[in-house]
Design a protein around this ligand. Sequence first.
Ligand SMILES: N[C@@H](CCC(=O)N[C@@H](CS)C(=O)NCC(=O)O)C(=O)O
Length: 196
Amino acid sequence: MADAVSTQEVECLQALAPPPVFSRKCYCETQSELLSCRDARRSAKMAELLKDQVFMAFTTHAAIVTLKLLLMGPLTGYFRITRKSFVNAEDVPGKTAEDKKKMLKPNEDVERVRRCHQNDLENIIPFVFISLLYTLTAPPLSTALIHFRIFTVSRFCHTISYILALPQPSRGLSYVAGVGATVSMGVQVLLKVLVL
Ligand SMILES: N[C@@H](CCC(=O)N[C@@H](CS)C(=O)NCC(=O)O)C(=O)O
């Protein structure tokens, strides 16, 4: 029987042409086809997520408050220059020793912006983290928007009342509103996924 294929030949053919590779959703002939199929599925999933309204709302508010946080740096720089208050000797070059001494003193306005910046860090970082988890629990858009908007508005109000030294409870209330929104989202995340 000239056409009969020996076991040895079958093994040899299998080695030359490995069996098709596939995962749960991708049926492919080669490993590289499988990888590009997985990439395509991942991109499709990302595109789907980016079209999700709650995720878009989260991204919008997270970007706004993060940019606001970032702008506290340049604002501090502005106050340092206009109030002539620096912390490093090399920041005030070409001045007499007397001038340097004066310019290296703390200034209340600069310290105020720094405290405000610190307060943003204490609140915006937890907000971004908790609101991302909250978004992943697929909350209703209207409820999510209420939380995100309250937080964003509260941080702007907090900054305005801090920098302009508005009378209390303006700053206190702004702070409480922001913390309230973050805590509310955190509690809802825990209620949905609690595994201890
Ligand atoms: N780290 C804050 C915790 C409490 C808080 O954030 N309070 C708000 C409302 S009174 C505030 O604006 N504190 C002033 C600040 O953080 O500089 C503090 O030391 O005051």
